[in-house]
Design a protein around this ligand. Structure first.
Ligand code: ZN
Length: 50
């Protein structure tokens, strides 16, 4: 199912807290600014959190 793969791929990202660049899930440091302050990309249900 490509659909499930697409969702999984979307969540397998880390976002830099400083420059907001997306990094691979395995990244330890930001690929742009090299800081370690990465967070997982928030899980977004369809339609947002409203
Ligand atoms: Zn960064």
């Amino acid at each position: 199912m490509a659909f499930a793969e697409a969702i999984a791929r979307r969540l397998k990202k880390k976002i830099c807290m400083h420059c907001n660049v997306t990094n691979p899930i395995l990244a330890v440091r930001c690929r742009k600014c090299h800081r370690k302050d990465l967070r997982l990309k928030a899980v977004e249900a369809r339609g947002g959190t409203a």
